[in-house]
Ligand binder design. Structure first.
Ligand SMILES: *Cc1c(COP(=O)(O)O)cnc(C)c1O
Length: 391
């Protein structure tokens, strides 16, 4: 199916396997285990001589439909669904790496991802070096003989820095390492890291894939030989499993992914252009604006700028908090990728636990705000932010 159809079609059709009832919508299999016809069949299933579900920690038909659909959208041979986005990153590292290995990580990745590498995996003997998201030569210089994985997120959060996936994939290949890309901000509707040379794609399905702020989920995608052995093996044993209910909800999210993210991206571009005109704003960070330092690269590897806009208001933290507190429509919450627009002050929330010096080095100022554009009317969003800007 994957070869024949376009993304729009795959998003609503891929992976469906109807039961004997011929249901039209994907069935939700809320069951922990599956019944065998005989002792011999049970033995065949466990030995993988016969395909089929066994136990929902590692084989559930609803989860499988989600995995096959997301694999079709990303152009991946194999997808393993996980309980959350963080569980996906954990399953990838635990499944593919060992003590003594070295990882190069973009310094602009999600805060919990940094914490996972330095606060947890380091205790198990995994060494990591953090480098600039945008400086390819820094990735090259950080390579060691034991480097096994390069990990990045593009566009980054909250400054929307763009990493050159093809160039960093070349660094990984030369080093004999794998490149993993967290594709959370773009989703396969806007960016396909595997086509650009990445080996692994990570998703927090909690964001745009569900897209309606309902459930947590995650996924690891890539070549079967890379993913099935290591990552599936870890999930089967460790149980970082996606619930079938959440898989079913996210499946329904995938059906509208493209039209949602295209609409959000178009609104975000208009909002970014409007923000650039406002005298109370120092700077706007949005990959779709010509003023973005990696605008050309962004337009080469993404279909559009995406739904996230960040901007620095004049007057630092007080002005930023005043703007947040005078909104009546947008939600003050750290989530993103929802149909409801959200606003966040990164310096005191998502990036509040790192030192002021580290924040400054990362370019996250006290006046910075991040807006994840939803599906409301653009004029209503502008009016909501304008009230705060005037305050
Ligand atoms: C939210 C997020 C994650 C973690 O996902 P959870 O589903 O919350 O565990 C990872 N990467 C990025 C870029 C995110 O935005």
């Amino acid at each position: 199916m994957t070869d024949k159809y376009q993304l729009d079609t795959l998003a609503v059709r891929a992976g469906i396997e109807r039961s004997q009832f011929g249901e039209h919508s994907e069935a939700l299999y809320l069951t922990s285990s599956f019944v065998f016809k005989s002792a011999a069949q049970a033995a065949d299933r466990f030995a993988e001589r016969e395909q089929g579900p066994i136990y929902s920690r590692f084989t559930n038909p609803t989860v499988k439909v989600f995995e096959e659909r997301l694999a079709a959208l990303e152009g991946a041979e194999c997808c393993i669904a996980t309980a959350t986005g963080m569980a996906a990153i954990l399953a990838m590292t635990m499944g593919l790496l060992k003590a003594g290995d070295h990882v190069i990580v973009s310094q602009s990745v999600f805060g919990a991802t940094i914490q996972l590498f330095v606060g947890v995996l380091k205790r198990f003997g995994l060494d990591s070096t953090f480098v600039s998201a945008t400086d390819v030569s820094a990735w090259q210089k950080a390579v060691r003989p034991n480097t096994r994985l390069l990990f990045l997120e593009t566009p980054s959060n909250p400054l929307t820095e763009i990493s050159d996936i093809a160039a960093i994939a070349a660094v990984a290949k030369k080093a004999g390492a794998l490149l993993a890309v967290d594709n959370c901000f773009c989703s396969p509707a806007l960016q396909k890291p595997l086509e650009l040379g990445a080996d692994i794609v990570i998703h927090s399905a909690t964001k745009y894939l569900d897209g309606q702020g309902r459930v947590l989920g995650g996924a690891v995608l890539g070549k079967r030989e890379v993913i099935h052995q290591g990552v599936f093996g870890f999930l089967r044993t460790a149980g970082v499993t996606l619930s079938p209910f959440n898989a079913w909800v996210i499946l329904k999210g995938l059906e509208t992914l493209k039209i949602r993210i295209e609409a959000q991206s178009a609104s975000a571009l208009e909002l970014a252009r409007w923000l650039e005109q406002q005298p109370w704003i120092d700077r706007v960070f949005y990959p779709g604006l010509p003023s973005h330092p990696q605008h050309a690269l962004a337009m080469k590897q993404q279909k559009s700028g995406g739904g996230i806009v960040s901007f620095e208001v004049k007057g630092g933290k007080d002005a930023a908090w005043k703007l947040v507190d005078s909104t009546r429509l947008v939600s003050i919450t750290a989530n993103l990728g929802d149909t409801k627009t959200t606003i966040t002050h990164p310096a005191s929330t998502t990036h509040g636990r790192i030192t002021p010096e580290a924040r400054a080095a990362a370019g996250i100022g006290d006046g910075l705000l991040r807006v994840a554009v939803g599906l409301e009317a653009l004029d209503d969003l502008k009016a909501d932010l304008a009230r705060g800007l005037k305050a």
